[in-house]
Design a protein around this ligand. Structure first.
Ligand SMILES: CC(C)(COP(=O)(O)OP(=O)(O)OC[C@H]1O[C@@H](n2cnc3c(N)ncnc32)[C@H](O)[C@@H]1OP(=O)(O)O)[C@@H](O)C(=O)NCCC(=O)NCCS
Length: 156
């Protein structure tokens, strides 16, 4: 597999990154905000948001955004934590193991920063992406956030 990296979104790559959202199916678009909306929210939450393009070699294939300081919403025993706020892999690149590899990189980032858990919330209308996360090892907390199911993984 070519190397996957997280890169900043800049004036140079802004357009291809926002266009990645157009590659999702209509059903998938209901599971994740458009990248342009996420970047607008990142601008409004400069202290907390960590938006990054996912590159395969020199090609942008996805987008993630972490919330770096979610601790008010996380039980004390799970802190400190990171929260995966947005995550998408472009349609033509799905089903090739890149999503799983990105989760590996995020778990590694959590460990490197001394975090205890990685949190996220996801749509449960269809089997995806819930099944993808559970297969990876995420645990259902039984809690809801904004009509989404909250999942977590212990990274220690
Ligand atoms: C969810 C998403 C990030 C997964 O990325 P991906 O690169 O397609 O996933 P991978 O190829 O790494 O698949 C990892 C595992 O999930 C499973 N999986 C992938 N797509 C699946 C599907 N449609 N149904 C069931 N299982 C699936 C794979 O079988 C694989 O399991 P394996 O390792 O045992 O083979 C991607 O489908 C996506 O961007 N979806 C649209 C946006 C979205 O829903 N984002 C999440 C917001 S919370």
């Amino acid at each position: 597999m070519e190397t996957l990296t997280f890169r900043e979104v800049t004036n140079q790559n802004f357009k291809p990154i926002i266009q990645l959202s157009d590659t999702l199916s209509d059903a998938q678009k209901k599971c994740v905000a458009s990248n342009v909306k996420s970047l607008a929210q990142a601008y409004l939450n400069l202290e907390d948001a960590w938006p990054r393009a996912v590159y395969l070699g020199e090609e942008p294939i996805g987008f993630i955004m972490l919330h770096l300081h979610p601790d008010d919403d996380i039980p004390e025993t799970d802190r400190p934590a990171l929260y995966l706020w947005r995550f998408m892999i472009a349609g033509p690149h799905q089903g090739k193991g890149y999503g799983k590899a990105v989760l590996d990189m995020l778990v590694e980032k959590c460990r490197a920063e001394g975090k205890k858990t990685l949190y996220l919330s996801c749509d449960t209308d269809g089997p995806m992406p819930y099944r993808f996360y559970v297969k990876y090892g995420f645990i259902d907390t039984g809690k809801r956030d904004d009509d989404e199911q909250v999942l977590k993984i212990d990274v220690r």
